[in-house]
Design a protein around this ligand. Structure first.
Ligand code: IVH
Length: 704
């Protein structure tokens, strides 16, 4: 049957046509996805989607629950398979000034014990503003592509990566196992064309090329990815069966020779002057590159030195990102609103007359806290020359990279006569509870705890967020809806949703945005997360000062939920459980206080216990179980080390699971004594502690 013009369809015909289109498109998606062999051309596929969107525009009431136009953009229902990275994907530390870069080079030298005058070369290359991707080749064949995810576990996007022209399916002359890492991005030109096309289809448009690249790569339907012109620059590698080269520069050249795009603005710099010069060179070209970059990455060139420098918890010691300066713009401050966060902090947010700052439209910006608005810093000293910020002011907006924009300055000449100093609230605007400011704290906090709806909702949003429970289909928006309607008040309620509402599915189905399929998907996604790694659970609880790395430390230290919970419940300042807790490298008094408070008998602990009763918490690998001869041992270094600096020795020992202490005690397992060792060596001898010289220590750990 010839297709009838959308304008001539009756409602009945439109309904049937929407059903037909939805079925054909779904079929095309499956054919493409599972067989990698589309039965429709990209153009035909687009035409179907366009027709579907046009009918929906004419008959909005007939839009189906499973409408194909809802499937463009962010990732869809079931999600991707997870992939554990064989080596963590790290992020980079930042430098914002030439001084920071000098300091970086100095710290590298110091760590390695290199003289100021000895040679130390760095590569310098653009920092691409896209998203990172790891490509695994086995025997020269692309077998897997994974996004960064949380660094340890990413998403399997192999089918999508295969659609990217810059990514070869096969390579020859490479190590048998080669994991290439790099950045996926979209050019300015392709971004503009994509947004135009999206608008025509009545689909969502993207805020910037990076979001467009991420949205396009994270498509369950690789037919969609194929229609999006993504590109890829290789900048590094992960697991290798044999080394690519001896230096970063040569390794990149090798990747280039294997068929990968590497950035042509990569340079080898012999000293800091050359690095800074290349930074300026790149910055001058920034506007004409045709893709977004947000800085320059410097890397130690010598790969053996890179290996010795190693990593801090999330960043390498051998590389740094030198960020471009922030972008500025002026606009009117229309209002100041107070947002209440999950820990009760009252955060002032500037509502602005929308303004474009470096290509992005900004209508909200942070005002930090009460003092910042008043023109003071935390110590009461003047900032901005003491100028306060008032509603109605003409303000300067500052935006650096993907950091939240802030109000940086105010122009007093433009201040309206009616503008009054801002009165910061002393009560929570959401629940009315007192919002006192504790000594030494820059922010006011709502004292309402769980009775404060804002805190409760924010805690729930944090609970379901990506690095926490990451429940597919249960995002910030859904959490707000469920909270508002009284379906979920605290995390435990999520796990009884099906029990309470699953049989009366009708209720969920009747709500805006929910169909039978999406409701069932949600219940299944929740089921899946009953089994949860311990570190994620600890992070998800949203305890103040306990971030992702803190949660990892705690899980790695206590191993099981039961041990952790008991220890926290017992911890009171200075008792044994407390001393044990603050004895963990990376846990201080502040974090310990927060933990002890959360696990004191009371509503918060009850809520945690109620939640855990629904879960199957996966024990963590105890730190001491790293497979090395020094794992779990306490080591002390003394005297002069000749083959490495103290910092290097300490970092290496810690990476092998040892704890490095500053003084010898009965708890010490090994003393490493170099020439000139004094009282520590004597004490160790007295206590009968194993003592090694530097060579003996290296021999011991080199077997690791
Ligand atoms: S090197 C061990 N080089 O920046 C860390 N990263 O902020 C290796 N990025 O996650 C990263 N361009 O996605 C490196 N030339 C470049 C880069 C680059 C962009 C991204 C990368 C990384 C993020 C860190």
């Amino acid at each position: 049957m010839a297709e009838k013009d959308v304008a001539n369809l009756t409602a009945q015909e439109a309904e049937a046509e929407l059903a037909r289109l939805s079925a054909i498109i779904a079929e095309a998606n499956t054919a493409y996805h599972t067989e990698d062999a589309p039965d429709l051309s990209d153009a035909d596929y687009d035409a179907l989607k366009r027709r579907n969107a046009a009918i929906e525009r004419r008959f909005p009431d007939l839009k189906r629950d499973d409408s194909p136009s809802e499937q463009v953009g962010a990732s869809v229902a079931e999600g991707f398979q997870k992939v554990a990275h064989s080596q963590r994907m790290m992020s980079l530390g930042n430098a914002f000034s030439e001084d920071d870069v000098t300091e970086f080079a100095r710290s590298v030298r110091k760590f390695l014990g290199l003289e100021e005058t000895s040679a130390l070369a760095f590569t310098a290359e653009p920092k691409i503003d896209g998203l990172s991707l790891a490509l695994r080749y086995e025997g020269g064949v692309l077998v897997q592509a994974a996004t960064r995810g949380d660094g340890a576990v990413g998403e399997n996007v192999t089918a999508n990566a295969r659609t990217i022209d810059d990514i070869p399916d096969r390579i020859s002359g490479a190590p048998d196992i080669l994991e290439v890492r790099g950045e996926v991005y979209m050019s300015h030109e392709d971004f503009a064309a994509l947004n135009l096309r999206q608008a025509e289809l009545g689909a969502k448009t993207f805020a910037n090329p990076r979001n467009a690249a991420a949205g396009s790569l994270r498509q369950l339907d690789s037919a969609i990815t194929r229609g999006r012109p993504l590109r890829f620059f290789a900048y590094g590698w992960g697991t290798l069966s044999s080394p690519l080269a001896d230096t970063q520069f040569d390794a990149l050249k090798r990747l280039h020779d294997l068929g990968f795009s590497t950035n042509p603005l990569t340079a080898l710099c012999q000293d800091i002057d050359a690095m800074l010069e290349h930074y300026q060179h790149i910055e001058q070209r920034r506007a004409t590159l045709g893709y977004d970059i947000d800085g320059v990455v410097y890397k130690v060139d010598d790969l053996d030195l890179q290996r010795r420098l190693g990593y801090r918890s999330t960043t390498p010691r051998w590389a740094i990102a030198h960020k471009f300066p922030a972008e500025l713009a002026w606009t009117r401050l229309e209002n100041i609103e107070i947002q209440v966060g999950r820990t009760g902090a009252l955060s002032p947010v500037a509502r602005l007359k929308p303004v474009t700052v470096g290509g992005v439209v900004v209508s909200n910006a942070t005002l930090h806290n009460e003092d910042y608005i008043a023109g003071r810093d935390a110590n009461g000293a003047e900032i901005r020359g003491g100028k306060d910020i008032r509603i109605g002011d003409w303000v300067q907006i500052y935006r650096a990279g993907d950091v939240i924009p802030k109000v940086a300055d105010v122009d007093l000449e433009e201040r309206p006569a009616s503008a009054k100093p801002y009165d910061f609230p002393t009560a929570c605007p959401e629940c009315g509870s007192d919002a006192p400011r504790e000594a030494g704290d820059a922010v006011r906090r709502c004292s309402g705890g769980l009775i404060c709806p804002a805190q409760a909702v924010e805690k729930l949003k944090h609970f379901v967020s990506r690095a926490a429970f990451d429940i597919e289909g249960l995002g910030a928006k859904q959490v707000e809806q469920f909270y508002r309607d009284g379906w979920i008040a605290q995390p435990a309620d999520i796990f009884t949703l099906r029990e309470r509402y699953g049989t009366g599915l009708q209720q969920l189905k009747n709500r805006e945005g929910w169909g039978e399929k999406s409701a069932n998907n949600l219940f299944d996604a929740i089921e899946e997360k009953r089994e949860i790694p311990m570190a994620r659970l600890i992070f998800a609880l949203g305890i103040r000062h306990v971030g992702e790395s803190g949660a990892n430390l705690l899980a790695g230290h206590y191993g099981t939920w039961a041990d952790f919970r008991d220890a926290m419940a017992q911890a009171e300042p200075k008792n044994d459980a407390w001393q044990h807790l603050v004895g963990i490298d990376g846990v201080g008094d502040v974090m310990a206080h927060s933990l002890a408070t959360a696990f004191r008998p009371g509503a918060e602990r009850d809520a945690i216990d109620r939640l855990v009763a629904h879960l199957d918490v996966q024990p963590a690998v105890r730190r001491g179980t790293i497979d090395s001869p020094v794992a779990g041992k306490t080591v002390v270094f003394t005297g002069t080390l000749e083959r490495m600096t103290r910092a290097e020795a300490k970092a290496r020992a810690e990476s092998l699971g040892a704890k490095v202490a500053g003084s010898v005690s009965a708890k010490t397992d090994i003393l490493v004594a170099g020439p000139g060792a004094g009282s520590k060596a004597a004490k160790a001898a007295e206590l009968g502690i194993e003592t090694l010289d530097e060579d003996g220590w290296l021999a011991l750990i080199d077997t690791a």
